[in-house]
Write a protein that binds this ligand. Structure first.
Ligand SMILES: Cc1ncc(COP(=O)(O)O)c(C=O)c1O
Ligand SMILES: [Zn+2]
Length: 438
């Protein structure tokens, strides 16, 4: 069963880049890379697939020797960005002094108006990651990947992207003095294209969808043309992915070192959701939060819903789909972490659900109208799924619930086209009254 589930990764693994050296790099508490399937360990390096079974590699840490209260004090005294959690991340201890875009410590908004509208009584919060430097949660993962790229001696950053990642890579590379060359589907939203291009790196549109872009990058990585490049979500993926743990850390710290009962997370590749779970598990093991149950819910758009389709069918294999949705940032038809998302949703008692494009637009407007937060389509997907799961009685309205807004509505203006002027009037009071506005 596991073998079938890993088919997509196995094809990528054929082009695995060789490890540059034994683990002589200083990436703080990161001790090695470990296979998520078979546990095989290899030294830290720019590799992403297990040489034994082609399973995905992830970071294994040595957190021994941490005293809980000392660690809590150290975190609380840290900077107001993700580096406050440096003791739990694959970065050197002096990371805060290096040129990076320093994302994170975004607002956890207590969404009482939205809660009233949706009938939530147990506390509803929006973790608003549109407040990051390039206005999406991708700054978190890129900040981690940049430190790994530095450690491994890369000077070019690259990625395959559904839009937000391209902007985050462009900005991080500009700040750190790296070259960047990033790849996106050619027909993304104008806001995403401009946000990715403005930092001065190379931005390449590929004729195809994200899955085509990703396949192209896997080929490039094994070709002399891509030699020496750090692809943040391919050969640096184990490091990149860890950036999403900081969402879990921040949510718990902002709740007063408390686990939420329910979290709703958007899914593209599924990486973010799996690392939020990893972050919560670490906080429990380190004694920073009380060990009690939590549920993780995944959100997709109906037009690209391979994971929710598998969840609802009771499958543990995710069948690829051809995306067709306005939620382009989530339009990954063959999600690498899909099977792990299914495991987590089932283990925690959560669910994976999807909403139509119309429901996405309604949810963007609902969040804007109730909380003054303008989300991109991915945020519309999470809020829409939250509403749907509450109506279905799957989400418990009496529990503390956190909904992620991972991106900024200014990048997907077309989704709410038609939202505009209430009236156009002459600059006179008569005209104002005539328009019925008095
Ligand atoms: C705004 C936004 N939210 C969520 C995601 C999902 O990320 P993941 O691929 O980690 O599931 C993406 C991915 O591109 C994104 O751009
Ligand atoms: Zn393995």
């Amino acid at each position: 069963m596991r073998k079938m589930r890993r088919k997509g990764l196995a094809s990528m693994a054929v082009q695995t880049v060789a490890t540059t050296s034994e683990s002589t790099v200083d990436l703080g508490p990161a001790a090695a890379l470990s296979c998520r399937e078979c546990g095989h360990r290899v030294p830290l390096g720019p590799v992403f697939a297990c040489e034994e079974c082609f399973g995905p590699l992830e970071i294994a840490y040595d957190f021994s020797g941490y005293d809980t209260e000392e660690l809590r004090r150290r975190i609380e005294a840290g900077p107001a960005n993700i580096w406050r959690y440096a003791p739990l991340l694959p970065v050197p201890a002096d990371v805060a002094g290096k040129p990076n875009i320093n994302p994170g410590w975004t607002k956890l908004v207590q969404a009482d108006n939205l809660a009233r509208e949706l009938g939530v009584t147990g506390g509803l919060y929006v973790k608003d990651d549109s407040g990051n430097p390039t206005h999406s949660f991708k700054d978190r993962v890129v900040a981690q990947a940049l430190e790994a790229a530095r450690a491994f001696g890369f000077t070019t950053l690259s990625c395959s992207s559904t839009g937000n990642l391209a902007g985050a890579v462009g900005a991080a590379a500009a700040r750190a003095g790296f070259r960047s060359c990033v790849f996106i589907p050619h027909d993304l939203e104008q806001g995403k294209i401009v946000m990715a291009a403005v930092y001065g790196g190379e931005l390449v549109g590929i004729e195809g969808n994200y899955d085509d872009v990703n396949r192209f990058c896997s080929e490039l990585i094994g070709d002399p043309a891509g030699e020496g490049w750090g692809f943040v979500n391919v050969n640096l993926r184990p490091y990149y992915a860890e950036g999403s743990k900081t969402l879990a850390y921040e949510i718990c710290e902002q709740l007063g070192w408390r686990l939420p009962d329910q979290i709703v997370v958007p899914i593209a590749s599924g990486s973010q959701l799996t690392k939020i779970d990893k972050g919560l598990q670490e906080l429990i093991k380190l004694g920073l939060v009380e060990d009690r149950p939590y549920k993780i819910f995944g959100a997709q758009a109906e037009g690209c819903s391979p994971v929710s389709t598998a969840f609802k069918a009771g499958h543990d294999v995710v069948r690829p789909q051809k995306p067709n949705t306005i939620a382009k940032s989530l339009a990954i038809g063959n999600p690498a972490d899909g099977p792990y998302v299914l495991d987590i949703a089932r283990r925690t008692g959560g669910a994976v659900e999807d909403v139509t494009d119309e429901e996405v637009v309604d949810a963007i407007k609902l969040l804007a109208r109730t909380e003054g937060i303008f989300a991109e389509t991915a945020g519309g997907v999470t809020v829409g799924v939250t509403r749907k799961l509450l109506e279905a009685g799957v989400l418990d309205p009496a529990k503390t619930t956190v909904v992620l807004n991972t991106g900024d509505g200014l990048k997907t203006l077309d989704a709410v086209a038609g939202t505009g002027l209430t009236a156009t009037i002459r600059p006179t009071l008569d005209s104002f009254r005539e328009a019925g506005l008095a």
